[in-house]
Write a protein that binds this ligand. Structure first.
Ligand code: PPS
Ligand SMILES: OC[C@H]1O[C@H](O[C@H]2O[C@H](CO)[C@@H](O)[C@H](O)[C@H]2O)[C@H](O)[C@@H](O)[C@@H]1O
Length: 254
C-alpha cells in the first residue's frame, strides 16, 4: 500500500503511516471553472477533521483541508512551483474542487487570521459560505489538545509519540485559548453580518447523517444516499476521561 493510499479517507487505516494531505488521495478531477469556496471555521480539537472528511466523502464538497495554513501554503507553493501564494491557492483549487464547483477549506482562527490581510490570497479564496464547528465540552476539548500537543498525534492517522502526562495548567491554558478563539470568530462573523451554519461536535457524533444532510442543504448539493465513512476515528481513550474527571474534581476543590 502506498503512503497516499494508507491515508485515504474511508480506508480505515489508522496505523502508523502518515496520511498525505498533499497527495492525490484528496484530489478531485481537474476543475477549470470558478470555484465557490466555503470555509470550515474551526477550533483546534473541535472535530474539524472528522467533519471535513465526512464532507469530502459526499463527493460534492471538495476536500476541505488546511490549505491556508501558512506552512502548508508554503509547502504547496514549493511543490507546485507557483510564483505567489495566491497563484498557489488557485492551483490547489483546480485540483481540490468538486465537479459541483465547491471548494472547501478548513481553518482554525489563527490560521485564518494569518492570511485574512493578504488581499491577493483573499481575492482568490473569496469565501461564499461558512460552516462553523464548535465543541460544547471545553474541558474534553482542552484535554484532547494537551494530549495531542504532548504526543504529536493530531489525527488518528498519526502514531502517538510517548505517553501523555497530566497537566492541569496546560488544560486551563487550552480552555482560555478556546474562549479567545471562539470570541474572535464571533466578532468576525458579527462585524461582517455573516450567519454561519453551525455544527456542534457532540451533535455530529450523535447523528452524523443529519450533520452531513444539513451541510448539503446549506450548500445546495444532493444529500448522499449512503453516509460516507469519516475515515478519521476517535482518538480519545480512557486517559482522556480520567484527565477530564480529575480536572473537574480539582477545579471544584480550588
Ligand atoms: N470519527 C470520529 N469519531 C469521534 N471523534 C472523532 C472522529 N474523528 C476525529 N474525532 C475527534 O476530533 C477531535 C480532533 O478535532 P480536530 O480534527 O478539530 O483537531 S485538530 O484540527 O487537529 O486540532 C479529537 O477528539 P478527542 O477524541 O477528544 O481527542 C478526535 O478524536
Ligand atoms: O494531521 C492533522 C493536522 O496536524 C497538523 O495540525 C495540527 O497541529 C497544529 C500544531 O502544530 C495545531 O495547531 C492544529 O490544531 C492541528 O490541526 C497539521 O498542521 C494540519 O495540517 C493537519 O491537518
Amino acid at each position: 500500500m502506498s503512503q497516499q493510499q494508507a491515508g485515504r479517507p474511508g480506508s480505515g487505516d489508522t496505523g502508523s503511516q502518515k496520511w498525505d494531505q498533499f497527495g492525490d488521495a484528496y484530489d478531485q478531477p481537474t476543475f477549470s471553472g470558478t470555484p465557490r469556496t466555503y470555509v470550515i471555521a474551526s477550533m483546534p480539537r473541535s472535530g474539524s477533521h472528522m467533519l471535513g472528511h465526512l464532507l469530502h466523502g459526499t463527493g460534492q464538497l471538495g476536500s476541505p483541508l488546511e490549505y491556508i495554513h501558512t506552512q502548508h501554503l508554503a509547502t504547496w507553493q514549493e511543490r507546485l512551483g507557483e510564483p505567489t501564494r495566491a497563484a498557489t491557492l488557485q492551483a490547489v483549487m483546480r485540483r481540490r474542487t468538486s465537479p459541483s464547483g465547491w471548494f472547501g477549506v478548513k481553518a482554525h482562527w489563527k490560521q485564518f487570521a494569518d492570511v485574512m490581510d493578504d488581499q491577493e490570497v483573499m481575492a482568490v479564496l473569496s469565501p461564499q459560505d461558512w460552516i462553523r464547528i464548535t465543541r460544547s465540552d471545553k474541558v474534553a476539548q482542552a484535554v484532547s489538545l494537551v494530549i495531542a500537543q504532548q504526543t504529536k498525534a493530531w489525527i488518528s492517522f498519526h502514531q502517538a509519540k510517548g505517553e501523555p502526562v497530566y497537566d492541569a495548567d496546560a488544560i486551563t491554558k487550552g480552555i482560555r485559548a478556546f474562549q479567545k478563539q471562539e470570541s474572535a470568530w464571533d466578532t468576525f462573523f458579527e462585524t461582517r453580518g455573516i450567519t454561519p451554519h453551525v455544527v456542534v461536535y457532540e451533535e455530529m457524533l450523535e447523528d452524523p447523517a443529519r450533520t452531513v444532510a444539513d451541510v448539503c442543504a446549506r450548500l445546495d448539493v444532493p444529500v448522499p444516499a449512503v453516509l460516507p465513512e469519516p475515515g478519521t476515528t476517535r482518538q480519545a481513550t480512557a486517559v482522556n476521561a480520567e484527565w477530564r474527571a480529575r480536572y473537574l474534581a480539582e477545579s471544584g476543590s480550588r
